[in-house]
Design a protein around this ligand. Structure first.
Ligand SMILES: *Cc1c(COP(=O)(O)O)cnc(C)c1O
Length: 460
């Protein structure tokens, strides 16, 4: 089976030993963590698939670049190196660093909210993006193509906008009430699903028609470019960097969590095509929120590592292996009858827990039950992306029902081997076999915002 999948395009130069635990130990550890895997210590986890954010391995070139970090407050040489790479990749005129993606969001997004209650429309808002839209006084509306909710059905671009609905939403609310369109590449919340260039061009046309800003939330823009090369007609022969440029050419503003396709452990970017006013606004806000414009919350050495990592993220062999890892895990699970969001996206496999545990109602968190069972079974840490994460309606206080109840198994970059993924698949298969025994959860402690991070639960 492995023969269909790209072998590692690197060799391992340094190792981090992992600790194994027993099932009995894990039962106690999970209880102590309030049945919330965010409360576990990472050393009590064998394979950590909580997130691909800042959890990847840097290359030897990145590690050696660190030594060249210029830690000057103003005018750091490392800033100019990074700026050159960002401008080359994006084709944009302006660049500002930020400490991570949400820092970039906090700096830039309020610019577009000219009055309270204006709408951002996205294929799907990532959770921090939604939070910053709301903190800025805006409202977040998702407008993804419905095919994305049909987990069984193959579609090459399940992150696409529903363009018809996008236009309807603009007309319904009035274009003067739309703050901007946010194109999330890839669509993280729906399974790391890509957006086609044809669809992106459609969004641009609508932005032009109604004179709206086009914002790229592009943490995984390079993975998206890879899928375009492999799946969209006319792109097979193009370099990933050329496809990426085509994506950027459609946008006005690019916000990035560099902890993803930047291949670094911390960092973020703001790049602006040519809007001088927006650039000055961001530069002014950057100073109190993130730092002086030539470091923006990053150290010189981090900027050096990012300048190298951004280029490595656009390497075809790297992307082929990375996405093949997700495909490999996805195929292993599907072959065993485990329902997943199909096809798998770039950075993760999303296991469809609504179908694994239909006997657990949404407000008893079926995906959380699967996540916890997997930890006990195999010392693998996945994460719930469903109604537990979604939270409550701010007006009524009712638990919101997520359209999908997923366990996300996220693959850190250049970190685990196919053998590790076999271990994960075996664990999930066991949980799936014993699915009738899964039980839901209720709250012992529920924080008022972003509850999933620090909530404590009790099994029913
Ligand atoms: C990770 C991510 C963010 C937030 O970035 P952080 O670096 O975690 O602050 C925003 N948007 C998308 C699509 C992301 O994946």
């Amino acid at each position: 089976m492995k023969n269909d999948f790209a072998p590692e395009p690197y060799r391992i130069k340094m190792v981090e030993p992992l600790r194994r635990t027993t099932r009995e130990e894990r039962l106690v550890l999970l209880k102590e963590a309030g049945y919330n895997i965010f409360g576990l210590k990472s050393e009590d986890v064998y394979i950590d698939m909580l997130t691909d954010s800042g959890t990847g391995a840097m290359s030897d070139r990145q590690w050696s670049a660190l030594m060249q970090g210029d830690e000057a407050y103003a005018g750091s040489r490392s800033f100019y190196k990074l700026e050159t790479v960002v401008k080359e990749i994006t084709g944009y005129e302006h660049f500002l660093p930020a400490h991570q993606g949400r820092g970039a969001e906090q700096v830039a997004l309020p610019y577009f909210v000219k009055k309270k209650g204006m709408y951002f429309i996205s294929n799907m808002h990532f959770d921090t993006t939604r939070a910053h839209v709301e903190l800025a006084g805006g409202r977040a509306v998702d407008c993804v193509d419905e095919v994305c909710f049909d987990t069984e059905r193959y579609h090459p671009f399940k992150g696409n906008f529903d363009l018809e609905r996008l236009e309807t939403l603009i007309l319904e609310h009035g274009k003067e009430n739309i703050a901007g369109i946010i194109v999330t590449l890839t669509n993280n919340s729906a399974g790391g699903q890509p957006v086609s260039l044809e669809n992106q061009r459609g969004v641009r046309e609508i932005c032009d028609r109604y004179d709206l800003p086009y914002i790229i939330d592009g943490a995984r823009y390079a993975e998206n470019a890879y899928f375009i090369k492999m799946r969209e007609e006319g792109y097979a022969e193009k370099e990933l960097s050329a496809i990426a440029k085509e994506q950027f050419a459609l946008g006005d503003l690019f916000l990035m969590s560099a902890k993803k396709d930047g291949l670094v452990n911390i960092g973020g970017l703001i790049a602006i095509k040519d809007d001088e006013d927006l650039f000055r606004y961001c530069r002014t806000r950057l100073v109190p929120l993130e730092g002086f414009p030539t470091y923006g919350g990053m150290s010189g050495r981090d900027m050096e590592a990012l300048a190298v990592g951004l280029k490595e993220g656009l390497d075809f062999e790297y992307q082929r292996h990375r996405t093949d890892q997700a495909r490999y895990l996805g195929e292993s699970l599907r072959a065993a009858g485990v329902p997943i969001q199909y096809p798998p996206g770039g950075h993760a496999v999303f296991v469809d827990c609504k179908r694994i545990a239909p006997h657990i109602p949404y407000d008893r968190f079926p995906a959380q039950a699967v996540v916890n069972a997997l930890y006990v079974e195999a010392a693998v840490r996945g994460v719930e992306i469903g109604s537990f994460l979604l939270g409550r309606d701010p007006d009524t206080g009712e638990n919101l029902e997520s359209p999908m109840e997923f366990m996300r198994l996220t693959i850190p970059r250049r970190t685990y081997t196919y053998a590790h993924l076999d271990h994960v698949a075996e664990g999930v298969k066991k949980v799936h076999e014993n699915r009738d025994a899964l039980r839901g959860y209720t709250f012992e402690y529920e924080p008022p915002v972003l509850r999933h991070f620090t909530a404590r639960l009790r099994p029913l």
